[in-house]
Design a protein. Structure first.
Length: 321
């Protein structure tokens, strides 16, 4: 295909089907996704405000939690508004550039979150295994540098993938059987062999997830060994509770991501609408649950949010007077 024809073809929009086979139920299906998005915005906003305004939460661990809140905010906002547009008003068309911008934010957010989770495991390792040097090793500036490094890594590995994907000619019917621009569904629409982009995405996913998972597992293995050496059972339980919320978020992120990815690659005999629903829930449920997990598991976050709510309630009363 000539460069001119390829350019003309790639200027055409894609069409999102929503949930294949369940189009008549889109209005009802939209209810849980709208609810999870609202809860995501409220929960992550409360966490960010609590950490920002409460000076007792100006610690590396809470900075990392704030980074996760920002990532979840961006991650779901890149997907859910357009998804609800498909469900509510049958606004199925998405521009060529908009489709790949959405895909870029999804993949980059996932890569950055993996890096932040790795940094959080290092934070817990230092806090439990080397507590006397915690504030020396993990200063505020170093914490921010780790967050920026995770961001740079995510953007750095996704830019080449976006270049490879946007360079492919898409000359087949541009119907994406999804509620968003899902990577594998879009690549199937290319009319040339996408093996180069497939190989690159496979290598990147394996290296990122594999390397981060290995280091996270190693960190928590060292933490568990140190905890088991503590003299009292109360001290051991306190240390384990400190890591409980982190482990829950890590398991939710990696297990949910792997399940969604493998269901897109291999159908396992499942109906197409089941595969799409699993992918949609992975993009919407974990960002909603993360602030709830931290709010339930971490007393400091709870107290910070309650102080924030009390402060807001006090302002409302004073303005009413």
């Amino acid at each position: 295909m000539s460069t001119t024809n390829r350019s003309n073809t790639n200027s055409l929009p894609f069409l999102l089907t929503g949930i294949p086979g369940l189009e008549a139920l889109h209005m009802w299906i939209s209810i849980p996704f709208c609810f999870t998005y609202i809860m995501n915005l409220l929960g992550n906003s409360m966490v960010l405000l609590a950490v920002r305004l409460d000076k007792s939460l100006h610690e590396p661990m809470y900075y990392f939690i704030s980074m996760l809140a920002v990532i979840d905010f961006i991650f779901s906002t890149a997907v859910v508004p357009k998804m609800l547009g498909v469900f509510w008003s049958d606004s199925r068309e998405i521009g060529f550039e908009a489709c790949f911008i959405q895909m870029f934010f999804i993949h980059t957010s996932t890569a950055v979150e993996s890096g932040v989770l790795l940094a959080m495991s290092f934070d817990r390792y230092v806090a439990i295994c080397n507590p006397l040097r915690y504030h020396t090793i993990l200063t505020s500036s170093r914490t921010i540098q780790m967050g920026l490094l995770s961001l740079a890594r995510g953007v750095g590995v996704m830019m080449p993938l976006m270049y490879l994907l946007t360079s492919l000619p898409y000359c087949r019917p541009r119907v994406i059987p999804h509620s968003y621009c899902e990577h594998m569904a879009v690549v199937k629409l290319a009319c040339t062999d996408p093996s180069v982009s497939d190989l690159y995405s496979l290598i990147v996913a394996t290296l990122l997830v594999g390397t981060d998972s290995v280091f996270i597992t190693f960190s928590y293995g060292m933490i568990l060994r140190s905890v088991m050496r503590l003299p009292s059972q109360e001290a051991r339980l306190k240390a384990l509770r400190t890591c409980g919320s982190h482990v829950a978020v890590i398991l939710l992120f990696y297990i949910g991501g792997l399940l969604s990815m493998y269901l897109q690659m291999f159908s396992f005999g499942l109906a197409p609408h089941v595969q799409v629903l699993v992918a949609d829930f992975y993009l919407t449920v974990p960002p909603m649950l993360n602030p709830l997990i931290y709010g339930i598991k971490m007393k400091q976050i709870q107290e910070g949010i309650f102080r924030l709510l009390g402060h807001l309630a006090g302002l409302s009363v004073s303005q009413a007077d």
